[in-house]
Design a protein around this ligand. Structure first.
Ligand code: ANZ
Ligand code: ZN
Length: 793
């Protein structure tokens, strides 16, 4: 056999065409189901290194599962609506639809060129009407269940993108996309009632196999706090002011009350306060401050006293002043707090500024404010009780007088889903002056997005669809009178909150997905994707799943059983890749030079998958050299396997199998490299096994070698190799134990036990102890696998 060069380009093209023709990657018909999911990409135009990392790791895992006999479904699609398409389109003066579709076509080719096992027949594209019809259907379902509602409220408005943003799209007061300072604006908006599921969203995290860090981020976002609501009477008023506190144990130190500027009691108190004008001025000012400013620890805590109004501390019956201050937010707890300056930082700085009394009621810490727990002081009958117990006892005591009850609060807010932008799924609602907000009948879906020429947002923050008369003018579905369509579109997180369901039945025209198919495939067995930006996607998907479950459409509660994140690949300089640093790696260029399989393998080899790490410019070349060495195994003609090698082969099978399962691709590849070094005189069967283990990483390469060596059938149809436990058992040898040259015993030890260990074993032996009693040891001679001789003086 003459030896050809390893021509990766030809080989990869050949196999990709072959696989496509043979439809190798359709979801198999037989076996136990395994739903394998990677986060679908946004069609930005080019696959970047992060996509590669995500998809390649996912693909290695999926391929092994297929070889293990699972019926693996591995779908792919595009998260195609959203602001970037619109912004790019405006900049380049082409329509967002055109821009998006061009990009999708490019990216499809790029993804195919990676050689992954995606079932393209299941592709979903969220901006196509046959998909967003069902996104709209989801909206209607939530609406009818009372889980979608409209509300006029201050919204985060980005003056540069000219749209409302969800809280989560505001990062430190700035627009996530353009870094402009976000303003507050009163607008009618649509929200999904995520708060209704807050408790389950928190507690059910215990059931899923996710990275702890990701769970912690979800919990943090949900922000569950256990505490109590305590009622403070206001002399001269009927109503009491409720405060939410997590520290009822500090109540004897509550020296004033603070109301949020939006608190309804302020309206009630108008006639009775002595400084109405001052208070109203303050309330007015607070309207222009962002939430971030209001709660920032660095910013000074502003506020004014409501003169002429006092509250009574229900624990010690003392009269205390009442303030209005914007560091208290209306949408959390009850919108009012009991301030305990000795034990809360914010209250402390406010009290210092306004010269309010600061009373220590918890011992511990040298200085005030002390935020920890401890034994109570200055607390009447509760003095001497420790915080945890005092929390219970004080609430119980106040409960008797109907002044308190236990309460759990959640930080999470309802999900604001309306966007005043063009490139999204229209919200399927009609506004009628007689009937109000009327849902579009299901049979009229989709409400198609009209192809507008002018799709730029308006200055007033209204949707571009509000300029399209032919779109918004319609008849009321209920009374038939003239009415107007809702012109806002949905947040793209709505589109991606259910795509994993659609994959099970992507072409269904009658249902969002057929129930049998849903039950057959879901939940997802493994979900692989980046850790950044996924808190909300995961949260919203979980919310939608639970809501659909409660409507009877699903029978599971958590969509993603197991979740893993790939790490981040850094530039060669160890810095985050960025254009300005000039350290961006272009995977296409690497493929051009070394081939897809080398790039795939290097990505898996470069470091622990869940950690990522810096890109080594020599790395792909190194892997390519390894493949070239494997390529030489084609010379192997020996039919009989090499007995000395058997153990190494089986050790490698075990290692590669377990490491792929645990996403330790790097050490799996190391094991293959070690094995190759041992393969001096391998038999054909051993080369076969090697190729099978290599296949998930370098599928084109392994397929080509398999066929060139005339191994029967096709490699991707073969079963994943099994290891023989017996064969990897550590072999034992008998070592002779001598004392002064005379054989006294034998030792059964692992083969290749090192000299030092031999000596230890010999000295620990019972017979040795007997024979050397009373003597001292001059030296010990140890010969590996043979003997130990203890020489005495
Ligand atoms: C009295 C107290 C004493 C408090 C003390 C803390 C320490 P988390 O854990 O984040 O839930 N609070 C309640 N509602 C608020 C609102 N709408 N805006 C701003 N602050 C609010 O925090 C709960 C604590 O935050 C509550 O417990 C309350 O202050 C404050 F030594 O009550 B605490
Ligand atoms: Zn009507």
């Amino acid at each position: 056999m003459t030896l050809m060069e390893y021509n990766s380009r030809e080989i990869e093209k050949k196999w990709q065409e072959y696989w496509e023709r043979k439809e190798v990657y359709k979801t198999p018909e037989k076996g136990e189901k395994f739903y394998h999911l990677v986060m679908f990409p946004y069609p930005s135009g080019d696959l970047h290194i992060g996509h590669w990392y995500n998809f390649v790791g996912g693909d290695v895992y999926a391929r092994k599962k297929r070889m293990e006999g699972y019926r693996v479904m591995s779908p792919i699609g595009f998260d195609a609506f959203g602001l970037p398409a619109e912004n790019a389109a405006i900049k380049r003066n082409i329509h967002p639809e055109e821009w998006t579709h061009k990009n999708i076509e490019r990216m499809r080719d790029q993804i195919r060129a990676m050689g992954p096992v995606y079932d393209w027949e299941r592709e979903v594209v969220t901006c196509s009407p046959d998909y967003y019809k069902w996104t709209q259907w989801l909206f209607l379902k939530l609406f009818k269940k009372g889980l979608a509602y409209k509300k006029k409220a201050p919204a985060n408005f980005c003056p540069s993108c000219l749209t409302v943003l969800a809280n989560e799209q505001v990062v430190e007061g700035l627009c996530e996309r353009c870094d402009a300072s976000v303003e507050q604006k009163e607008i009618e908006q649509w929200l999904f009632n995520v708060r209704k599921y807050a408790d389950e969203l928190d507690s059910a995290l215990e059931e899923v196999d996710w990275p702890e860090r990701t769970k912690a981020m979800q919990r943090n976002w949900i922000g569950k706090s256990e505490g109590a609501v305590i009622k403070f009477p206001i002399p001269g008023f009927q109503s009491l002011v409720d405060v939410f506190t997590t520290r009822p144990d500090t109540i004897f130190g509550a020296t004033y009350l603070v109301l949020s500027p939006e608190h309804p009691f302020l309206k009630e108190a108008k006639g009775k306060m002595e400084n109405t004008e001052e208070v109203e001025e303050y309330i007015e000012k607070a309207k222009n401050r962002s939430e971030r400013e209001r709660i920032s620890e660095e910013k000074e805590k502003t506020g004014v006293e409501i003169k002429g109004v006092k509250a009574v501390n229900p624990a010690n019956k003392e009269e205390i002043p009442v303030f209005v201050a914007d560091y208290v937010l209306m949408h959390y707890g009850t919108g009012a707090i009991m301030a305990v300056p000795a034990h809360d930082k914010r209250d402390f700085s406010f009290a210092e500024k306004h010269e309010l009394p600061i009373t220590r009621v918890i011992s511990g810490g040298e200085e005030l404010p002390y935020e920890g727990e401890g034994e109570l002081v200055n607390s009447g009958d509760f003095t001497g009780v420790y915080s945890d117990k005092a929390k219970e006892e004080i609430v119980n005591f106040l409960e008797k007088g109907e002044r308190a009850e236990k309460k759990t609060s959640y930080k999470i807010r309802d999900w604001l889903i309306s966007r005043q932008r063009y490139w999204g799924a229209p919200i399927p609602v009609v506004h009628c002056s007689k009937c109000g907000s009327v849902p579009v009948p299901e049979e009229d879906l989709p409400v198609e997005l009209p192809s507008l020429k002018d799709f730029s947002p308006t200055k007033e923050g209204r949707s571009p669809l509000a300029k399209a008369e032919e779109f918004y003018k319609t008849a009321c579905p209920e009374c038939g009178e003239e009415a107007e369509r809702e012109t806002d579109t949905m947040d793209t997180f709505v589109c991606s909150s259910w795509y994993y369901i659609r994959y099970t039945d992507p072409k269904n025209e009658k249902e969002f997905a057929n129930r049998e198919k849903i039950d057959e495939w879901l939940p997802v067995d493994i979900y692989i994707g980046g850790a950044e930006h996924t808190v909300l996607h995961l949260l919203y998907s979980r919310f939608v799943t639970k809501a659909l479950r409660d409507m009877g459409y699903l029978s599971f509660s958590e969509p993603f059983q197991k979740l893993r994140h790939q790490g981040i690949i850094l530039g060669a300089d160890g810095q985050k890749m960025s254009k300005s640093k000039g350290n961006v790696v272009d995977p296409a260029k690497e493929v051009e030079k070394y081939g897809v399989d080398s790039v795939r393998m290097y990505l898996c080899f470069m470091g622990p998958y869940e950690q990522g790490g810096p890109w080594d410019p020599q790395g792909v070349k190194g892997v390519r050299r390894f493949l070239e060495r494997v390529w030489k195994l084609r010379e192997v003609t020996q039919e009989k396997d090499d007995e000395d090698l058997e153990k190494e082969v089986h050790k490698a099978i075990k290692k590669v199998t377990e490491d792929i399962e645990g996403m330790r691709f790097n050490t799996a590849i190391s094991a293959l490299m070690t094995l190759l070094n041992e393969m001096k005189k391998p038999g054909k069967g051993q080369v076969k096994t090697f190729l099978l283990l290599l296949f998930p990483f370098a599928p084109h390469f392994a397929s080509e070698m398999w066929s060139l060596m005339d191994f029967e059938g096709e490699i991707e149809e073969k079963e994943w190799p099994h290891y023989d436990k017996e064969k990897i058992k550590e072999e034992e040898v008998t070592v002779v134990l001598q004392i002064d040259g005379k054989t006294r015993d034998t030792l059964l030890l692992k083969r290749d036990t090192q000299e030092e260990e031999l000596e230890k074993a010999a000295l620990a032996n019972e017979k040795t102890k007997k024979w050397i009693e009373g003597k001292s040891i001059k030296k010990v001679i140890a010969i590996k696998n043979k003997l130990v001789n203890i020489v005495t003086k």
